[in-house]
Design a protein around this ligand. Structure first.
Ligand code: MRU
Length: 348
């Protein structure tokens, strides 16, 4: 029997009737949890990336709906359902690209519609289910994805699609965790992931904590190292997958996919079905978040460029389905995704 690596990292915690989030802006320097007590605080936490990563944003939104329910029910026991709708609409705008945010809000909204009388316990139960299902999906995807790898694979990952980005365990890093335990993953490389450095700060931190050796590379070194035959697989997560299999993920993912195809490196996307948006026919319709230029122009408060220089900061890109070898979900694996394949997967 293979030894399971216990994941030690928890980005989102519900404790003593409070939402508690690990402040990812401070990692790896400081491990600090922040109590979130209101809708406004939660929206700020999501948009400032105190919490980030598509499934983690979804789980946070579910617990935020619990906080909003508690507040609105205390305010008006008969009219709270009318009041909470505006809260959910505001919450849905906190970040635009990860569809898990609206997916979780829609599921919580359906739960609210079903309630009669005191909603608080039922709504909390639903949020806890969303959280537990996300972890279970990740563990299952980890094992499915790892089975797909050949023995001793060398893996490159981008951004952070780990425990920090999810309810726990991780999507791409779930495959790395399961694969490392089973001897399927011999080495892990992580892109730094400019400008926010999710790879350098977060992926390296959480793999390190689990005792999985990781080698950091500058984003710009990936093509050169592919040419040197250093990787067998690129494994990434996703923020939104369109109906045709196009995948939005952290900026830089698209160029990795182009380079991977050119160099014969295989490309795997790992994401729960909550990341699939069947209302969007192709990646062209996925909204791409543009963040502040200061994330490119400064680092830890220090100017990287002369004052007066401008910068553009799109934080996601879209990888066309034809560059993807395999999408791993908790419902199963889709090889070479194309029109119709995700629909068939969801109807399984
Ligand atoms: O801007 P971020 O850090 O929220 O972006 C996160 C990513 O792009 C992840 O790869 C994606 O959310 C998948 S997380 C399992």
């Amino acid at each position: 029997m293979t030894k399971q690596i216990e994941h030690k990292v928890k980005a989102v915690v519900w404790r003593n009737d409070e939402l508690v989030l690990l402040d990812q802006r401070l990692l790896p320097e400081k491990e600090q949890y922040v109590e979130i007590r209101s809708l406004e605080q939660a929206i700020e936490a999501i948009s400032s990336m105190l919490v980030r990563g598509a499934p983690a944003i979804g789980v946070t939104a579910a617990y935020t709906t619990v906080l909003a329910t508690q507040a609105r029910y205390a305010e008006n026991r008969s009219g709270w359902k009318g009041l909470i709708e505006a809260d959910l609409e505001k919450l849905a705008l906190a970040r635009p690209t990860a569809v898990n945010l609206t997916w979780a809000i829609d599921r919580m909204r359906r739960c609210i519609e079903r309630t009669s009388g005191d909603p608080r316990a039922i709504v909390l139960e639903e949020a806890k289910s969303i959280h537990a299902e996300d972890i279970a999906a990740n563990v299952h995807m980890g094992s499915l994805g790892a089975q797909y790898l050949q023995q001793s694979s060398r893996v490159l990952t981008h951004c952070n699609a780990g425990a920090l980005a999810t309810g726990g365990y991780g999507t791409a890093l779930g495959v790395v965790r399961a694969g490392f335990t089973a001897g399927k993953v011999a080495s892990v490389y992580a892109d730094e992931t400019r400008p926010w450095l999710q790879g350098a700060r977060l992926t390296a931190w959480e793999l390190n904590k689990d005792g999985i050796p990781v080698t950091l590379i500058p984003d710009s070194a990936a093509a050169h190292l592919m040419k040197q035959k250093c990787f067998d697989w690129v494994i990434v997560g996703a923020d939104r997958i369109a109906a045709n299999g196009d995948v939005a993920n952290k900026i830089g993912t698209y160029s990795l996919a182009v380079n991977a195809r050119h160099h014969g490196v295989r490309f795997m996307v790992v994401a729960p079905t909550s990341t699939i948006d069947m209302t969007i026919p192709s990646g062209e319709q996925i909204p791409i978040e543009i963040r502040d230029a200061s994330e490119v122009l400064t680092m830890a408060g220090v100017n990287l460029s002369p004052l007066g220089v401008s910068a553009v900061n799109p934080v996601f890109d879209v990888t066309p389905a034809e560059l993807i070898d395999v999408i791993v979900t908790e419902k199963g694996i889709v090889e070479r995704p194309q029109k119709g394949s995700l629909e068939r997967l969801l109807n399984r």
